[in-house]
Ligand binder design. Structure first.
Ligand code: PMP
Length: 296
């Protein structure tokens, strides 16, 4: 297996960073997760744009321009001969002496991993997953804005530990005011009175790229959508629930705490529409001719 480290492809055994890297010392950095289908990275521009936004929000200068980032991603896929890949792009503040001052680090550390993307078991999509409402609250926007996709992940990990303790797949965090925010690695949706509902960005969430696509698709399919502030009671009285992210896509939820959801019609419809959206995107990229980076 090969990784991209800073400016070149290296074997996994050589892909190491210093213990003085501020990503390691302080979680000072940002990242993105992407998924490649059939040699095409889905929504690559949107992910790179969000990486750039995260970096700007922590005043981190990305060491590459957008084309340089794309090239690094495709080189990593090609080095590993992967067309269906789980891609993780990590940029940390870099190597520097101990101390919080970002200026202690001269160069950011840039890493691309392209691992094999194995589909999740079909049974998960068929039966749905169990999730819980965590006691851990989502970071306050004014503390660490969840719109920064940062390496500082303890907030989410604390909620994930709660999920594990409860035997659940995912934990949903509420914000400091008690409104539903998001999962540890996902956005949450529910359907109530045929309205597709999801917490607004103002609740303090990461504005998921999958979330945006689902909102657009729901409108296109003729549903009313509502981005707003919701309490757990709204979720518990919903008819359907699902979570979204780049790798899970649209994952039905069977149970939140002890509340069961039996109907999944709209979830299934949106999942199919999302799959279709991916196929159309890939076909569109491929039909636009050989690219500098792609597998054509
Ligand atoms: N919220 C959090 C906290 C996440 O880590 C993720 C995964 N990146 C998401 C939401 C979903 O975002 P996306 O659809 O862009 O993968």
């Amino acid at each position: 297996m090969y990784l991209y480290l800073n400016d070149r492809i290296v074997p996994k055994s050589e892909a190491v960073v210093s213990v003085y890297d501020h990503g390691f010392l302080y979680g000072d950095g940002v990242y993105e997760t992407m998924r490649a289908y059939d040699g095409v990275v889905f929504m690559m521009d949107e992910h790179i744009e969000r990486l750039r936004r995260s970096a700007e929000m922590i005043r981190l200068l990305l060491p590459k321009d957008n084309d340089g980032i794309k090239q690094a991603i495709y080189e990593t896929m090609i080095a590993n001969n992967r067309t269906n890949a789980y891609i993780r792009l990590t940029v940390s503040r870099g190597y520097g002496p101990i101390g919080l001052d970002p200026d202690l680090c001269k160069d950011a550390t840039f890493v691309v991993v392209a691992e094999e993307m194995k589909d999740y078991p079909a049974s998960m999509y068929k039966n749905g997953i169990n999730i819980i409402i965590a006691g851990t609250r989502r970071n306050l926007r004014e503390a660490i804005n969840p719109q920064i996709k940062s390496l500082n992940f303890l907030n989410n990990i604390l909620a994930k530990i709660e999920a594990k303790d409860a035997g659940a797949y995912e934990a949903i965090m509420l914000n400091f005011k008690g409104y539903i925010a998001e999962g540890t690695i996902s956005n949450i949706f529910f359907v109530k009175d045929n309205i597709v509902c999801t917490p607004s960005v103002g609740c303090g969430i990461l504005d998921g790229i999958t979330r945006k696509i689902i909102l657009d698709l729901a409108v296109r399919e003729g549903f009313r959508v509502k981005e707003g502030r919701f309490k757990t009671g709204d979720l518990f009285s919903a008819s359907e629930c699902f979570i979204t992210n780049t790798t899970l896509e649209v994952m039905p939820v069977r149970k939140v705490d002890n509340v069961k959801f039996t109907n999944g019609d709209i979830t299934r419809l949106l999942r199919r529409a999302y799959k279709q959206e991916i196929r159309a995107y890939i076909a569109n990229v491929k039909s636009s001719g050989p690219s500098l980076w792609g597998y054509q």
